[in-house]
Design a protein around this ligand. Sequence first.
Ligand SMILES: Nc1nc2c(ncn2[C@@H]2O[C@H](COP(=O)(O)OP(=O)(O)OP(=O)(O)O)[C@@H](O)[C@H]2O)c(=O)[nH]1
Ligand SMILES: [Mg+2]
Length: 216
Amino acid sequence: MSQGIKKYTGFVLSVGNGAVGKTSLSRILDQHTLGGCSYSEIIGSIKKTKNLEFDFIPIKMAKNGTEYRVLVQLLVPPGQKESEGDRSSRSFEDIIRIYDFYIQKFDVILFMYRINDPITFFDLDQWVEKVIRFCTPSTNFLLLGTHSDQIRSRQISPDQVEAGVAHFNQKITKLLPNWRGFCHRLEISNLTGENLKELKMYLAYSIIHSQSGLSN
Ligand SMILES: Nc1nc2c(ncn2[C@@H]2O[C@H](COP(=O)(O)OP(=O)(O)OP(=O)(O)O)[C@@H](O)[C@H]2O)c(=O)[nH]1
Ligand SMILES: [Mg+2]
């Protein structure tokens, strides 16, 4: 028997080095239908991010007779770091300074890397420190590998990712002593759409969890 509809609005931030696929993901999730097609046309035309981008993603989910409607507000900053010293376009830090008043606490942080580029994976450690001030004790985290369509050239093994999740759990607990959220991992392809439905479900669940004050 239906127990009605519950509505949530969640705030999600995706971070990670340049060209890991942050903007591609946000454009594709913005499409209403997912799966069974190639997104090469969409992702092929995407340019490097130079300003704060955002998209709205509506997600429907049913559980135990209740329908959940979750509206995700996804913010996508540049992947360029100030430490790279490229003054020809705005870095992540420039954007944070400009939009500080607008950026609030997030329900979910996506730490994005390319499964075939180790630097993007190991640099995630720096990204945790850059975003922790936008987190609360109930923020949830996801280590999100892209380019799963290029699995044959993968350079980060599933075991390394698992060790990364354990490291993040420790690091976040140290930085946010009352943290009661969770940190998981997932690999996707912005080209083939692999695991994007799973990602949507993860986002909806994480937002509901974060806002309901549920414990692990
Ligand atoms: N094969 C493949 N290509 C991808 C995937 N995701 C993104 N790309 C490509 O990688 C390029 C970089 O993607 P972007 O979405 O611009 O990366 P970004 O993280 O937003 O980069 P910045 O804006 O510089 O921070 C794009 O031109 C896409 O064509 C993926 O999962 N598979
Ligand atoms: Mg971008």
